[in-house]
Design a protein. Structure first.
Length: 197
């Protein structure tokens, strides 16, 4: 990854990221001694731990970029007949990326709830809400979300997107997702083409 890529990940403390990503066994062993998020992601991908690599990036990217990444990956694997609540959840999450405010964050969560929390799009909406300033209703005192929640929701969105419809496509999808994250980390849009049927 380039120096520009490192700048988007520079605020991520690797020990904290690894703890939040909850790497276990051989995946954890494969990154022993590595000192950067980029090196960890590359090693995990090389060793065949694609899901683990996405979890690391979900916790390492800044919240805004992580939510956008979840949206891009959801859009990549979305079926043509995506239910409207799922589409709206993703659109509201994208709206939060463009204008981070609690009104937008709550709208994303409302659509995720309507979608039944069953899709990558719904979890992108949850990620937007958990990235906001408060978990409480608008009329209640603010309750600051724990900082790891965004990464959990983003990782969930990516895991669901990676197996949607045809789980046999997961390895290729994860490679595309990592490519998208690298682009986002470098300041790009991270857009992926719609997946061929």
């Amino acid at each position: 990854m380039s120096a520009a890529t490192q700048s988007k990940l520079s605020a991520a403390a690797l020990p904290v990221v690894l703890q939040r990503a909850d790497l276990q066994g051989p995946a954890l062993a494969s990154v022993d001694g590595l000192e950067s998020v980029e090196a960890v992601v590359a090693a995990l991908a090389q060793a065949g731990f694609g899901i683990e690599a996405t979890r690391v990036l979900a916790h390492a990217l800044p919240k805004r970029e992580a939510v956008w990444w979840a949206c891009m990956c959801a859009l990549h694997t979305a079926p043509a007949a995506l239910p409207e609540p799922d589409r709206k959840a993703r659109e509201q999450a994208e709206g939060w990326v463009r204008q981070q405010g609690m009104t937008q964050a709550r709208a994303a969560m409302d659509e995720a709830r309507r979608a039944g929390f069953q899709s990558p799009e719904a979890w992108a909406g949850v990620a937007a809400f958990w990235s906001g300033d408060s978990l409480a209703p608008p009329e209640a005192p603010a309750v600051t979300p724990p900082p790891h929640l965004t990464g959990i929701a983003v990782a969930g969105a990516l895991a669901l997107a990676s197996v949607r419809g045809d789980a046999a496509r997961q390895p290729q999808r994860l490679a595309m997702f990592l490519q998208s994250a690298r682009d986002i980390a470098a300041g790009g849009p991270g857009r992926l083409p719609p997946e061929a049927p």
